[in-house]
Design a protein around this ligand. Structure first.
Ligand code: NAP
Length: 255
């Protein structure tokens, strides 16, 4: 179904673990050439890259910083001779801070890792994605990672995180309006509660309480989120899909 992803050049940000790593593995299994990124390399990096095939490579960088966004995108595009698909997955809760205690440093941290990262990676990727569309005749793709928090407002102390995800879901509308003509589709995958290090602070009781609010009765697994990215990136499957938010959440949130 996603045969057209073979040979496509993909950068997945924040992909040393969790959802990003599952997405990178899924693209590699579909025959894509995959660039991974995180601040720190995952353990067993060489074996991981060998397993992904296609000359997979890791590009370290803190995407809270514009200079790192530019460098990671340029290095990935140079490595693969271009870029067809950008997955803006790097993101973090940073912390749970109630409104009364939010300060400039926390505001900057949440905004930088969730919004600046996607904005500046997309800005840096734009010329490469335009060139991809012009040279291959296939639309390029930018995929953002939202969250149910972007629609619900987020849980205790997570208001800024939820707002950052809503910001992403909104700015893609502008990009669709003004960059579809460049041959680029923009979509968002919006996960529910997924079993990753993101929830490392939850004990068994907290996990049970969250699960009780999910019709499927459990957290999602990263591997269950990844196929939505393949669908959106594939022009064969989703060539007429742009500006959309796909919710993958076990029924936890229904728009
Ligand atoms: P995770 O397991 O904590 O993984 C986050 C990844 O991003 C890691 O590879 C991490 O590596 C990297 N990263 C963090 N800060 C970064 C930075 N400044 N620059 C570059 N890379 C950075 O989290 P996850 O659950 O897979 O989350 C992935 C995405 O899904 C995030 O955007 C998150 O907001 C979103 N999401 C998650 C859930 C959930 O329930 N898990 C729900 C909705 C949305 P380093 O620490 O080495 O940099």
């Amino acid at each position: 179904m996603h045969d057209d992803l073979a040979g496509r050049r993909v950068l997945v940000t924040g992909s040393s673990q969790g959802i990003g790593l599952a997405v990178a593995c899924a693209f590699a299994a579909a025959g894509a050439r995959v660039g991974l990124n995180a601040r720190s390399a995952p353990g067993g990096l060489d074996a991981l890259l060998d397993g992904l095939g296609g000359g997979a490579a890791f590009f370290p960088g803190d995407l809270s910083r514009t200079a790192d966004c530019e460098r990671v995108v340029e290095d990935c595009a140079a490595r693969f001779g271009g870029l067809d698909i950008l997955v803006n997955n790097a993101g973090a809760l940073v912390g749970r801070v109630p409104l009364e205690e939010i300060d400039d440093a926390f505001y900057d941290a949440v905004g930088s890792v969730n919004c600046r990262s996607a904005l500046m990676c997309t800005r840096s990727a734009l010329p490469h994605l335009k060139r991809s569309a012009a040279e291959t005749g296939q639309m390029a793709s930018v995929i953002l990672v939202g969250s149910i928090a972007g629609s619900t407002g987020g849980g205790p102390g997570a208001g800024l995180y939820g707002a950052a995800k809503a910001w992403l879901q909104n700015i893609q509308k502008n990009w669709v309006a003004f960059h579809t003509a460049d041959g680029i589709r923009f979509n968002t995958v919006s996960p529910g509660t997924v079993d990753t290090a993101f929830h490392a602070d939850k004990d068994a009781a907290a996990r049970a309480a969250v699960s009780a609010g999910i019709p499927m009765g459990r957290f999602g697994r990263p591997e269950e989120i990844a196929p939505a990215f393949l669908f959106l990136a594939s022009n064969a499957a989703a060539g007429y899909v742009t500006g959309q938010v796909i919710e993958v959440n076990g029924g936890q949130f229904m728009p």
